[in-house]
Design a binder for this molecule. Structure first.
Ligand code: ATP
Length: 406
């Protein structure tokens, strides 16, 4: 027997609780969309506008992660286009686009299979987009996913990009019927601070995807849990407990699927016949940690820096929490930092407000201290996670990468 026969025999799943683990892969396209009837109806009504000769210039589809925005939007558009020859749908994910020029180029690529060189500029790319769309069916729905990743860059700001997309000369002169469906976590007008000429070119059509509650999450997960686990391995009370916790903490279908996959793996590792509440508990924190770390890695530099200030003080072997703005200020004044990253107290206060909106810190006023009323700030998660990601942040941060390419 070769070394590999032994290795594979040792690592083969023995007494696995799974019948088909792939059913829990969040990337797998589910046969049915559950618990999104009103959003499906709203999107179907909008796209049906072609029968009345009108599609809105923009539709904002927004809500927190893992709430089915991409799945539902793509499904409705695809099913409609399959039934109507005069409607085309193109889907573009902008997550990896670091500049507005590359975002426009990604759209052009989806339409033509080719990109333009940097010397053609944003206008050159848009000319290519309008030329391509002239040869398209009468109506085109362009779905732009993760549009909130598009940020100001050194050459353009998001308003320039949107203005060209919605009111560009090449589009108007060719009479192109284009409806841009924008998928994001926050409402774009707020998030990207679009200027008023762009806002007035956008329509008010909005479809909100709220976090899933327990019942909705149960409906989304039911067919997948059924296929994923062997018969009788996931008792109903454990399933309900996991669904309830996932709904209470995140309302996110992607994270809930991951939670059940990991809980099943824990049960198999522990040699259990059934998945238990303890298997769920063991993975709640891991899932939470992974989710928080993803968020931390995605933060703009100033925000991450302020968090290193919030977690930059020790008390014995523990990280001291809460801290004050003055204490954060002291940490971020470090001489080792480049001058433009050494934030003043007012800039720190603004970033703290943003971090609070993102749910990463909590603040309150303490009136008892010697200095009078002082704002206290602490993280909503284990502060050690910030220290854990300092190194990966420096290598993986999309924001630092943006700086490098500037
Ligand atoms: N209503 C649903 N019915 C069935 N599966 C769902 C549903 N909602 C979400 N899912 C599952 O969760 C995965 C993630 O959903 P989706 O990508 O649509 O979320 P999203 O809201 O676009 O998230 P993000 O903002 O992170 O991009 C889907 O691929 C699917 O497997």
């Amino acid at each position: 027997m070769s070394k590999y026969d032994d290795l594979f025999a040792e690592t083969a799943p023995a007494n696995s609780v799974f019948a088909n683990k792939r059913a829990l892969d969040p990337l797998a396209d589910p046969a049915e969309i559950a618990a999104r009837d009103s959003q499906e109806r709203a999107l179907a009504t909008l796209i049906n506008g072609v029968h009345d000769g009108y599609l809105p210039p923009t539709v904002s589809i927004y809500g927190p992660p893992g709430t089915g925005k991409t799945l539902t939007t793509r499904r409705i558009c695809r099913e409609f286009a399959a039934r109507h020859d005069d409607v085309a749908v193109e889907y573009v994910n902008l997550k990896e686009c670091r500049t507005l020029f590359s975002a426009a180029n990604e759209i052009l690529f989806a339409l033509t299979g080719a990109k333009k060189g940097a010397y053609e500029g944003l206008d050159g790319v848009f000319t290519g987009i309008w030329t391509a769309l002239e040869a398209y069916p009468e109506w085109t729905v362009l779905v732009l996913d993760e549009i909130d990743h598009v940020q100001h860059d050194t050459n353009y700001d998001p308003s320039d990009f949107f203005y060209r997309l919605l009111r560009g000369e090449g589009r108007l002169s060719r009479g192109i019927e284009l409806s841009v469906w924008l998928i994001s976590n926050e409402l774009l007008e707020v998030d990207l601070r679009l200027d008023s000429r762009v806002e007035s070119a956008m329509s008010d059509e909005q479809v909100f995807f709220p976090p899933y509650d327990s019942d909705a999450l149960a409906a989304v997960l039911a067919p997948r849990l059924e296929r994923a686990f062997r018969d009788g391995v996931l008792p109903a009370d454990v399933r309900d407990y996991g669904v309830r916790e996932a709904a209470r903490r995140w309302g996110d279908a992607r994270k809930a699927l991951t939670l059940f996959r990991q809980a099943g793996e824990t049960a198999t590792d522990r040699g259990l016949e059934t998945v238990t509440d303890a298997c769920i508990d063991a993975n709640l924190e891991t899932t939470e940690r992974e989710a928080t770390i993803d968020k931390l890695l995605d933060l703009p530099e100033n925000h991450f820096l302020v968090l290193t200030g919030v977690t930059g003080w020790s008390r014995g072997t523990e990280i001291k929490q809460p801290v004050t703005t003055a204490e954060i200020h002291e940490v971020v004044q470090d001489d080792a930092l480049p001058a433009d990253l050494r934030l003043g107290e007012r800039a720190i206060r603004d970033v703290i407000t943003d971090l609070e909106t993102m749910g990463l810190v909590e603040t309150w006023i303490d009136a008892r201290g010697a200095e009078g009323r002082v704002k206290q700030i602490e993280t909503t998660f284990d502060p050690r996670w910030v220290r854990d990601v300092i190194e990966p942040y420096v290598t993986e941060s999309t924001y630092l990468a943006t700086l490098e390419t500037d």
